[in-house]
Design a protein around this ligand. Structure first.
Ligand SMILES: [Ca+2]
Length: 339
């Protein structure tokens, strides 16, 4: 008796579901996209809607299609095959949303072929999503490194180039400034200062962000920079006719003063660089100022106590990133002798 009651109850429920699905199918044929969209949402609340979603993905209206994709995304890994099939959808918003979902669901298990293909997408937001996923896995393995390195020279979007380049950035510096040393218990004084010359710098833009790659080494002390353009510091590079946003390099050889009799540290002081900077002295990486867009008005110091050659020529290279507006080493740079 009980069994048959339950059975007839289930029967009623499933008949109801069929009726609702039929109703949703009818509504999906409505000429009004808002009705078609609502029919999908209603059907999703009632249960299985896979067939309706497949129909809706062929809808002419992008909002209906995007709703169908969102409902597919809600199914998570159960809809993995369908989601992968949408990676070459005509709508960039759908491509990005599906890629984002697959990245979240699969993490580092997501096929690198999918990310590599997405890096060729015509829409920069899809490419940015792919690059973000590639650099999110730490440490970046050889295959990821290869994909990113191969892509950067072909990329036009500055944000994507920056993201890839910083992830592959191979230079590190651990030196703590004198003022920040925990064992240093007295006041740090600048005992003498030597401004770096304004004139006589060499300049080269690096739109692909590859100047630091081993095959170029634009920071090398003995690099031949004869064909680089002349430029001055203490002014934005636009003043010298470089209408450019992106990475650019400055190089100059500077005669250092004789070794001071008494000192505790030598530092390069930058009044400001618009907006990020990476610095080498005599081919050795001495540090960076990399605070993003807010860094362009913030002075910084880099320790060069060990790298400087007193009384001799010293080669200095400064790699600058400017993402928008004015850019460059627009304020003075000085060598400070500290006690
Ligand atoms: Ca700027």
């Amino acid at each position: 008796m009980q069994k048959s009651l339950i059975h007839s109850g289930l029967c009623l429920l499933s008949c109801g579901a069929i009726a609702l699905a039929g109703c949703a199918t009818a509504k999906l044929k409505s000429p009004d996209p808002a009705i078609r969209r609502n029919a999908l949402i209603e059907a999703a609340k009632k249960g299985d809607n896979t067939n309706l979603l497949h129909k809706a993905l062929e809808d002419e209206n992008d909002l209906v299609r995007r709703t169908a994709v969102r409902l597919l995304v809600d199914k998570g890994l159960d809809a993995e095959e369908e989601l992968i099939g949408l990676l070459d959808d005509r709508d960039p918003l759908i491509r990005r949303s599906v890629l984002n979902t697959l990245c979240l669901l699969k993490g580092k298990e997501l096929s690198l072929n999918i990310l590599e293909t997405a890096l060729h997408d015509e829409d920069p937001s899809v490419r940015l999503q792919a690059m973000s996923a590639l650099v999110a896995v730490k440490p970046i393995d050889a295959r990821r490194t290869q994909i990113i390195q191969a892509h950067i020279p072909k990329e036009k979007n500055q944000a994507i180039i920056s993201l890839g380049s910083s992830a592959l950035w191979p230079f590190h510096r651990d030196v703590v400034l004198l003022k920040d040393r925990p064992d240093w218990d007295h006041e740090v004084r600048v005992v003498s200062e030597f401004p770096l010359p304004k004139e006589g710098w060499k300049f080269k833009t690096d739109p692909k962000g590859e100047g630091h790659f081993p095959k170029f080494k634009w920071y090398a002390a003995n690099l031949n920079d004869q064909d680089w353009k002349p430029i001055e510091i203490e002014k934005i590079w636009e003043t010298d006719d470089f209408k450019y946003d992106g990475i650019a390099w400055y190089r100059r050889t500077i005669k250092a003063p004789a070794k001071p009799e008494k000192f505790n540290a030598a530092e390069l002081h930058f009044d400001s660089v618009d907006e990020c900077a990476w610095v080498w002295l005599n081919g050795i990486y001495v540090g960076e100022h990399n605070l993003g867009t807010v860094g362009w008005t913030i002075p910084f110091n880099l320790d060069v106590t060990k790298e400087i050659k007193w009384g001799e020529d010293n080669q200095i290279t400064i790699r600058v990133l400017d993402t928008s507006g004015a850019g460059g080493i627009y304020k003075p740079v000085t060598l400070q002798i500290l006690e």
